[in-house]
Design a protein around this ligand. Structure first.
Ligand SMILES: [Fe+2]
Length: 281
């Protein structure tokens, strides 16, 4: 298996409301757009029209923030049903969300809370991942999140947790390369050792982003150009997995479309350089 048997779409960018008009007017050369379904569910008018038009021209892939796969609340079946409708509408080849929980006792904490790395969490999330994939009828990729304190009561390391969970739930990994860099800094581990300890054949997509360095912690802010250490780790990942789908995330202080496309082009160039170089050698 390569790229979790998903199409390698090259480099893409997130679809943000600031850019809807410009995208429709200028039709930029970009591999694909990542769409946050929660921005569109239940919406009509201008927003729905923009999505429909852009999805007719470009490959769009949904990346959710509301699944709360790790929560002990029951899965929200109404949300999953609505989500399925949106994924069909944009013809999303896969669906991704975060390996975390956001809901506690039906209250949305509006944050991505990491799970403890335990046997119980593996069983719980894997079972729910299978249900989600049955309902959505497409592969589910779970994204590794940042954590600023080691989750309590953990029985294993993060790499083992991710590996066993993906296998138990038969799902793929959205490998957020920047999150690996941040966790490696904050938790003091080697990022290369980490990527070599996870099942790279289950990686179907990457995220690349910028972050903010503070005195005692590095924060996952998505408010900057892609950081240098992310580019270096991205290269290391591409050298190991080949062509894939890589998404530049920049959702806070969103820059101009052209500036965002500069980052996307850099991601595409690096992927091409590594893959063409690998073929030639
Ligand atoms: Fe991400």
């Amino acid at each position: 298996m390569r790229n979790f048997d998903l199409p390698a779409l090259g480099a893409g960018i997130g679809l943000r409301s600031e850019h809807y008009d410009e995208i429709r007017e200028t039709r930029p050369d970009v591999g694909w757009f990542e769409v946050i379904p929660e921005n569109f569910l239940g919406r009509g008018g201008y927003v729905a029209k923009a999505l429909k038009e852009i999805a007719a021209e470009y490959k769009c892939v949904a990346h959710g923030v509301g699944l709360s796969i790790g929560s002990t609340d029951p899965l929200d079946m109404a949300h999953l049903k609505a989500l399925r409708g949106l994924l069909d509408l944009i013809d999303s080849p896969w669906y991704s969300d975060h390996l975390c929980f956001t809901m506690v006792d039906h209250v949305n904490l509006n944050d991505l809370i990491p799970l403890p790395f335990t046997e119980e969490a593996i069983r719980h999330v894997a079972e729910r991942a299978r249900v989600v994939q049955d309902i959505l009828e497409r592969p589910l990729l779970l994204e590794n999140v940042t954590y600023y304190a080691a989750p309590s009561r953990s029985q294993m390391g993060e790499a083992e947790f991710i590996t066993r969970l993906l296998e138990a739930g038969n799902c793929g990994l959205l490998l957020d390369v920047t999150n690996v860099c941040l966790n490696a800094k904050n938790q003091e581990y080697d990022p290369i050792e980490f990527i070599e300890s996870i099942p790279l054949d289950r990686v179907g997509q990457l995220h690349l982003a910028g972050y903010e360095d503070h005195a005692h912690v590095t924060l996952d802010t998505h408010s900057q150009p892609v950081s240098e250490d992310t580019w270096a780790l991205y290269r290391a990942v591409i050298e190991r997995i080949g062509r894939t789908s890589a998404l530049v995330e920049w959702d806070v202080e969103v820059p101009s479309l052209e500036r965002l496309l500069d980052e996307q082009r850099a991601a595409q160039r690096l992927m091409d350089d590594v893959c063409i170089g690998a073929k030639a050698s």
